[in-house]
Ligand binder design. Structure first.
Ligand code: SF4
Length: 459
């Protein structure tokens, strides 16, 4: 008989909160690729907040509204408000059913939107509340829905630009603004040649057609004023239902120039009153302290400069652009500067849990990787910098989508160690900056929320 993964995790990690075990398992396994589930997800794409990558329908399905690449829900929202990024895997033990426990039906030839003649069939309406039940094998776990597409994402700016074409996206109660997505590390000038020095796991920063519609030019910091105006209009929409605004962009090879870009952005948001409305955080690469001070004066409250990988050799291997153009020591110094500028609880650095175990030259020993990451957490927390880890999803290379099974256990062990370290250092995740309504790939806010909610006193 197949052993339940949740039972196995409960017996191996009884000290890890159940919600954290469930979220980690869902992040690792996703939902099973069953025809009824895929059909329901494609139809939910009519109303749910979409993943930035469309779903490619398999040959088992006809086109949906005449298209083979279709919008797909980005985020699951569990009954207790836990947020989880959605993925599909063939061998997942998790599936969806209707809330009454009946199976989701497969497609029938009479389903209009799935026939070529009916590209204009009425859109599927968003159900009220939690419409689905999550099952592990035959055991009901909880109910869930998908994060809906909110009104702002279909609105237009005064000059007719769709809000969603301004670089704005949403993870639960966090707006994420990326007005310059092309990362210069993909085409890094190296002497007389250009090289791809992008981070090994990254697809998102690839310079592509998104740049031209946003008016981004590589190696140029300044953002077009007209575009800043559109961004401010979009962020000012009254129904974003967001409380955090996180600013990101592709990296620049010159950190001073990157600092200027974020200051320009902060100035525009400040002028529009948006630094009062949202907790605005700067998610740039490492930037000079002068830029941080300017942003702080403009109302930016937090900073997150992502080191991605802690071990020095692995950092150089996995993040050659960051390593060459900034360097690990300068990156860490920039994080320490940020604590001085923004204060403790307002500085984080994100890591990709497992990237150091992947690819040629990776750590061969999981224990060594875990030890290195936890040493890194001690170093950072003692300097009042919060490390946060997302689970490494293989999105690139021939083995994409096929993470080794140890990733799940490694991720849980790592999160348990990080949670212990946060409590020892008296520095839990600041929910003003990052909370469980927006953490869709990380476990730290869920862990800390559980501790503060469940434990009357700290051990
Ligand atoms: S710095 Fe790395 S992770 Fe960030 S966009 Fe560039 S390649 Fe991607």
């Amino acid at each position: 008989m197949t052993q339940s993964i949740l039972d196995r995790l409960q017996s191996d990690y009884p000290d890890i909160p159940p919600v954290v075990r469930l979220k980690a398992a869902l992040l690792f396994f996703g939902l099973r690729t069953e025809k009824g589930v895929v059909r329901a997800l494609v139809e939910a794409g009519d109303w749910a907040f979409p993943n930035f990558m469309p779903h490619h329908l398999s040959p088992d399905f006809p086109a949906y509204r005449g298209a083979r690449q279709v919008p797909f829900p980005y985020l699951l929202r569990l009954a207790d408000d836990t947020q989880v990024r959605l993925r599909l895997k063939e061998d997942s033990p998790f599936t969806l059913r209707h809330i009454d426990g009946t199976s989701l039906p497969e497609l029938e030839s009479t389903d209009l939107a799935w026939t070529d003649e009916h590209q204009q069939a009425p859109l599927t309406e968003a159900p009220q509340g939690q419409a689905y039940a999550l099952y592990e094998l035959d055991r009901r776990i909880t109910t869930l829905s998908f994060e809906p597409r909110l009104l702002w994402s279909d609105a237009l700016t005064a000059d007719g630009t769709p809000f969603k074409a301004t670089g704005l996206s949403q993870h639960g109660d966090m707006l994420v603004l990326n007005p310059a997505p092309g990362c210069e590390y993909f085409v890094a000038p190296f002497g007389h040649e250009k090289r791809n020095l992008s981070c090994q796991f990254c697809l998102y920063g690839l310079p592509d057609q998104r740049m031209s519609s946003l008016g981004q030019k590589l190696f140029q910091a300044e953002l077009p004023e007209a575009h800043l105006q559109r961004i401010c209009e979009a962020c000012a929409h009254p129904q974003t239902q967001a409380r955090h605004l996180y600013l990101v962009s592709g990296s620049m090879v010159d950190m001073a120039e990157e600092g200027k870009r974020f200051v320009q952005l902060a100035r525009a948001l400040n002028k529009a009153g948006l630094t009062d409305r949202y907790y605005v955080a700067c998610g740039s690469g490492a930037i000079p302290k002068e830029s941080m001070l300017e942003m702080k004066a403009l109302g930016v409250r937090g900073a997150c400069f992502n080191l991605e990988v802690w071990d020095p050799e692995q950092f150089e291997r996995v993040c050659p652009g960051k390593s060459n153009f900034v360097g690990r020591e300068r990156w860490i110094q920039s994080l320490m500067d940020a604590v001085e500028v923004f204060g403790e609880g307002n500085v984080m650095s994100a890591f990709v849990g497992g990237a150091e175990l992947d690819g040629e030259g990776a750590f061969e020993d999981q224990e060594a990787a875990l030890k290195s990451n936890l040493e890194g957490a001690e170093f950072l927390l003692s300097r009042r910098i919060q490390p946060i880890y997302s689970l490494h999803w293989k999105m690139t290379g021939k083995q994409r989508g096929l993470e080794p099974i140890y990733s799940l256990d490694h991720f849980l062990q790592l999160n348990r160690g990080l949670a212990d370290a946060r409590r020892r250092h008296g520095l839990l995740i600041n929910p003003e900056f990052f909370c469980r309504r927006c953490a869709y790939m990380q476990l730290e806010p869920d862990y800390d929320h559980w501790w503060t909610d469940t434990m009357v006193e700290s051990p």
